[in-house]
Write a protein that binds this ligand. Structure first.
Ligand SMILES: Cc1cc2nc3c(=O)[nH]c(=O)nc-3n(C[C@H](O)[C@H](O)[C@H](O)COP(=O)(O)OP(=O)(O)OC[C@H]3O[C@@H](n4cnc5c(N)ncnc54)[C@H](O)[C@@H]3O)c2cc1C
Length: 374
């Protein structure tokens, strides 16, 4: 019997997880990526597999399923670097502690493995936090992967079999049912086409281009940095309480009582997230800007603020910064988790996962395949 064949456009985490799920289901996969290797959101992120901030209900269910699937994926492709390190969101104001208590009293707190900590508890959970904190929220279901390694590890695993073909440096220029044409004029045929273009909303014409042009999606640009290896272990990922303004999991009554942030923090959508990489360096961010065209340069004063905030919480001087970058993600602006649309028979486009794409990618791929297999 002829194998079923899918052409997947986009080598980010969404495209790659769809490739993995396709191969698992016995399909032959041809995977096209415009760049020589993926260079966009999927390699520029924190690698947080973030359950704590997900909205109650469907989004949390999907995140919990994704968390489980990440474990299965790490078992076959350990290079993804999954660590079940948990996270601590730190509080420096009583209103922040009150919000954490409210969230930890909800029925889904056990599924998230949440515990409210006092200052001593924060230091037990993460002895690297030596600054003045009032308390924190521990989420033991949060985890982290290595964004610089995930895609390569998944592809290496896929290439061990005979059902996967990786074609980097091939930009899809025409997509139609059954066929994708790349910029070199080569045709790639399959009974199914899945397009995962990330933030390249305007990259394709035709039906896909039209669907993306009318879709409720926008782009967001974030600034990030990484330090040299720290000489100590930062046991959990760390968030400051500003993160509770943005993550929907904290959208409860007490959020209105949070202290008023600075004008600057508000206009750049600043929050502190900090992850220790497997090699010891610290990935620190972030900021959120939606207004386009985006600046081509990164703003140094924002890095100063992020570093100062991290040092305030950690209570020690950060190692020198060795890398700085900006990343852009695509975000659905309606109530959907992402944009997933069958724009023509057998042609599905999927993007818009915003700041949760790394987290949700395996579960989203599973859902897509379930839908197309019906
Ligand atoms: C700074 C930053 C931090 C983040 N932190 C986290 C986090 O910690 N946890 C989390 O869950 N999420 C996080 N996210 C979000 C997450 O990274 C994204 O949601 C996710 O990576 C999106 O994956 P993607 O595959 O859709 O897009 P991308 O990674 O952008 O990949 C799309 C790929 O498609 C290719 N492509 C586009 N058009 C074509 C074409 N015509 N032909 C061929 N190839 C094409 C592009 O070259 C690109 O490689 C973060 C995002 C950013 C920017």
């Amino acid at each position: 019997m002829d194998r079923q064949r899918v052409v997947i456009v986009g080598g980010g985490v969404i495209g790659t997880m769809h490739a993995l799920e396709g191969v698992r289901r016995g399909w032959e996969v041809v995977h096209l990526e415009a760049d020589a290797g993926p260079r966009r959101a999927s390699v520029r992120n924190f690698g947080l597999v973030w359950v704590s901030g997900r909205a109650a209900g469907e989004e949390l269910e999907l995140a919990l399923r994704a968390r489980e699937l990440w474990e299965g994926t790490a078992a076959v492709a350990p290079g993804v670097g999954l660590r079940a390190n948990g996270s601590v969101t730190v509080a420096t104001d009583p209103a922040e502690v009150a919000l954490m208590e409210e969230v930890a009293a909800r029925p889904d707190a056990d599924a998230r493995e949440l515990t409210v900590l006092d200052a001593g508890g924060v230091r037990v959970a993460n002895p690297a936090v030596e600054g003045t904190v009032l308390g924190g929220l521990l989420c033991q279901r949060d985890a982290v992967v290595e964004p610089g390694a995930v895609l390569g590890a998944l592809r290496a695993y896929l290439l061990e079999g005979d059902r996967y073909t990786w074609r980097p440096g091939r930009r899809a220029v025409e997509v139609a049912p059954g066929t994708v044409v790349d910029h070199l004029g080569e045709k790639h045929e399959g009974s199914l086409v899945i397009v995962c273009p990330g933030d390249a909303h305007g990259g394709l014409g035709g039906t896909i281009g039209a669907a993306l042009a009318r879709a409720p999606v926008r782009r967001c640009r974030l600034q990030m940095l990484e330090t040299a290896p720290a000489d100590r272990t930062v046991a959990t990922s760390i968030a400051d309480a500003d993160s509770m303004r943005y993550y929907p999991g904290f959208d409860v009554r007490g959020r209105a009582g949070l202290p008023v942030p600075s004008e600057e923090a508000l206009s750049f959508g600043m929050q502190l997230l900090l992850v220790q990489r497997a090699g010891g360096g610290l990935t620190i961010g972030d900021t959120h800007v939606y207004e386009e065209p985006f600046d081509f340069a990164v703003e140094e004063f924002l890095y100063d603020r992020l570093r100062a905030r991290a040092e305030e919480i950690l209570g020690w001087t950060l190692p020198p910064v060795v890398r700085r970058w900006a990343g852009v993600y695509s975000a659905a602006t309606d109530s959907r988790m992402c944009l997933r649309e069958e724009v023509e028979p057998g042609v599905v486009v999927i993007t818009g996962l915003a700041g949760r794409g790394m987290t949700l990618s395996p579960a989203v791929a599973e859902e897509t395949w379930r839908e197309v297999s019906r």
